[in-house]
Ligand binder design. Structure first.
Ligand code: ADP
Ligand code: MG
Length: 263
């Protein structure tokens, strides 16, 4: 890999301790959409469930060089990077072993900084490094937020959408105060929006009034195609580029790039 960019790329954590809100779907499809417009993107899967890994067509359980070995065994991150089927889109896979890492990490020196340390100068080789977080606020998520410049919070347009958000924001503030003062909340993304339902419209209204400009204008619709793509091991851009879901993630990528002065 060449050192294409002189400056370090942005490290973006995608976090929400609630499961099923669209973190992995956003990590895969925002990543692929950024790669499609010429960015060099690395996705680091830090969820033991490895949904981003399998969703990109990698058979979970068959890799011995994963984020687990990086975080607990000092494997250089570079040795865990795999090329995906999408040009300029790379993956550090996860594995189920990571489920035990929370406990193994406790005994390590600077346990909150293992991912930041592992990333080191690697960030200069990518425009965007996306860290897909597990559905918890444990040590792995703390590692992700300590390594990140920015965090994006996906929020599902459903009844209990805002539940748990206070706790997440409190944790982000704790990390900003104690471990990573440069961390900023880059955005909130509304996902799985069902058209013509009052509930979805209500959630959008609440999130916009609470987060203002931080909330992305782009809203990700609920579509069957987005739910189907991972079982084919493809981002929506490859699986069904003409679909509404693919368009939404292209819009999201464009908005992300405008916010970063890249477009
Ligand atoms: P998380 O990583 O937050 O747990 P996922 O991205 O895995 O959430 O999404 C949870 C489930 O919902 C998955 O089965 C995924 O395929 C599906 N899903 C995610 N986004 C959408 C969407 N916009 N429309 C339909 N299904 C979606
Ligand atoms: Mg996930």
């Amino acid at each position: 890999m060449d050192d294409r960019t002189a400056t370090a790329g942005v490290v973006l954590a995608i976090a929400n301790q609630k499961g099923g809100v669209g973190k992995s779907t956003t990590a895969i499809n925002l990543g692929a959409a950024l790669a499609a417009v010429g960015e060099r993107v690395l996705l680091i899967d830090t969820d033991p469930q490895a949904n981003a890994t399998s969703g990109l067509g990698f058979n979970r359980g068959t890799y011995t060089h994963t984020i687990y070995e990086v975080l607990t065994g000092d494997l250089p991150l570079e040795e865990a990077i795999e090329a995906t089927r999408v040009k300029d889109f790379f993956l550090v896979p996860s594995s189920i072993d990571l489920a035990g890492a929370e406990i193994e990490l406790v005994a390590r020196f600077a346990r909150e900084r293992q991912l930041a340390k592992a990333l080191g100068a690697m960030t200069s080789r990518f425009d965007t490094v996306i860290v897909d977080c597990p559905p918890s606020l444990g040590l792995i998520t703390v590692n992700a937020l300590t390594a990140a410049d920015e965090v994006i919070i996906p929020i599902q347009c459903e009844y209990y959408a805002l539940e748990g958000l206070t706790q997440l924001l409190r944790n982000i503030a704790l990390i900003q105060n104690n471990l990573n003062p440069r961390l900023k909340i880059e955005g909130v993304i509304l996902t799985m929006y069902a058209k013509r339902t009052k509930l979805a419209a209500d959630v959008v209204g609440q999130v916009r009034s609470h987060f203002g400009e931080v909330a992305y204008e782009t809203v990700i619709p609920r579509t069957v195609r987005l739910a189907e793509a991972p079982s084919y091991g493809e981002p929506i851009q490859a699986f069904d580029p003409a679909s509404r879901g693919a368009q939404a993630y292209r819009d999201l990528a464009a908005e992300f790039r405008r916010r970063h002065g890249r477009a």
